[in-house]
Design a protein around this ligand. Structure first.
Ligand code: C5P
Length: 290
C-alpha cells in the first residue's frame, strides 16, 4: 500500500545569532513559521533496502539526500530489515533558506514510522531528527515555534495573533546560497555574529499581543549581513517590496529566499506580478496564506 505525506517549508521571522560555539555551530534564537508550500513524499513497503526516487534529477538519491539518511537511521533504530520505496516530488527550491530538505527528512521519519506501525516514540524520533540537521526537529511539529541552541531545541508557540489572516509572498531568485558559507562569512560582521539575546522573545510578545504593523520592526536576520553583501539583488527585492506596501520584507534562513508579508491575498498576488515585471521571469514565486 502506498502512503502519501506533504512536507511543508518554513520562513524565519527572526534569526538572531548569538555567537560561535566551540563545536563550530552557532548559538541562535529563531522563530520559525510553517508555510503551506509543499513537497510530497510517498512511501511503500517492499523491495531491498532503501530505494529513493526524486522528481528533480539534480538531487542525489543515495546517502547524499537527507531523506535517504532519515530512512537509513529510522530502519537502524527501529530494527527494520524490510525494504522501502520512497518517492520525493520536489516543489520547494533547494539551498533556499526554506528548510525544504529538513522538512523532507522530518516527514520521512514520521511517514516511515507510521508505515511500519509506529515502532518509535516521539523522543526517539526527535533524537534522530537532531542528528540529521539543526532544523529537522522543528518540522516534527506543525506550529510556529521558537528554536534555540543550534536551532534544535523547539518550543511550539501556538497561533500568533498578528499573523492571523496574513499572506506571504516567497521570492527565490533562481540561485541558492550555501548555509556553511553564510555562517563562515558572518565572522566578518562582529555585530551580526554576536547578537543580543532576547530579541526573538520580544518579537513573539509583539506577535501575540499586537498587530503585524506593531511587530514589523522586530523582524531581523543576522545572516543578511554577509548574504546581502554578496547578492545585492536580494537587498533590491526588499526595497521594492517595501515600496510596494509589504509590511515586512526579509531574507529567510541563510537565503536565498526573500519573503514579504501582506494583509490580503490580492495585495500579495498583485505585488508578485509587479516583481515579475520589474525583475523578470527567472524568479520562483509562491503566495500562501499563513
Ligand atoms: O545543522 P545543519 O546540517 O542544518 O547545518 C548546516 C551548516 O550550517 C553547519 O554545518 C554549519 O556550518 C551551519 N550552522 C551553524 N550553526 C547553526 C546551524 C547551522 O553554524 N546553529
Amino acid at each position: 500500500m502506498r502512503m502519501e505525506r506533504t512536507s511543508a517549508c518554513k520562513v524565519n521571522l527572526i534569526l538572531n545569532i548569538l555567537g560561535r560555539r566551540p563545536d563550530g555551530f552557532h548559538e541562535l534564537e529563531t522563530v520559525m513559521q510553517p508555510v503551506p508550500v509543499h513537497d510530497v513524499l510517498s512511501f511503500e513497503r517492499g523491495g531491498e533496502g532503501i530505494q529513493l526516487t526524486c522528481s528533480n534529477r539534480a538531487l542525489p538519491t543515495d546517502s547524499g539526500n537527507l531523506v535517504y539518511r532519515a530512512a537509513e537511521q529510522f530502519r537502524a533504530s527501529a530494527g527494520i530489515t524490510e525494504g522501502v520505496r520512497i518517492h520525493l516530488e520536489k516543489r520547494i527550491p533547494m539551498a533556499a533558506g526554506l528548510g525544504g530538505g529538513s522538512g523532507n527528512a522530518a516527514t520521512a521519519l514520521v511517514g516511515l514510522n507510521d508505515l511500519f506501525g509506529r515502532p518509535l516514540g516521539a523522543e526517539a524520533l526527535t533524537g534522530l531528527a537532531v542528528g540529521l540537521g539543526s532544523d529537522v526537529p522543528f518540522f516534527l511539529q506543525p506550529e510556529a515555534a521558537l528554536a534555540v541552541g543550534r536551532g534544535e531545541q523547539v518550543e511550539p508557540l501556538g497561533k500568533l495573533t498578528a499573523l492571523r489572516g496574513i499572506w506571504i509572498l516567497l521570492i527565490h531568485p533562481g540561485f541558492g546560497v550555501s548555509t556553511p558559507w553564510a555562517y563562515q562569512n558572518l565572522a566578518r560582521f562582529p555585530a551580526a555574529l554576536n547578537g543580543q539575546p532576547g530579541r526573538a522573545a520580544r518579537l513573539v510578545e509583539r506577535l501575540r499581543t499586537g498587530t503585524l504593523e506593531e511587530a514589523a520592526g522586530e523582524f531581523y536576520n543576522s545572516l543578511e549581513a554577509p548574504v546581502l553583501e554578496k547578492y545585492p539583488l536580494l537587498a533590491l527585492f526588499q526595497e521594492f517590496l517595501r515600496e510596494n506596501g509589504a509590511q515586512v520584507a526579509l531574507m529567510s534562513g541563510s537565503g536565498s529566499t526573500t519573503f514579504a508579508l501582506f494583509q490580503t491575498e490580492s495585495e500579495a498576488r498583485e505585488v508578485s506580478e509587479r516583481v515579475r515585471r520589474k525583475f523578470g521571469n527567472y524568479c520562483w514565486m509562491e503566495v500562501a496564506g499563513l
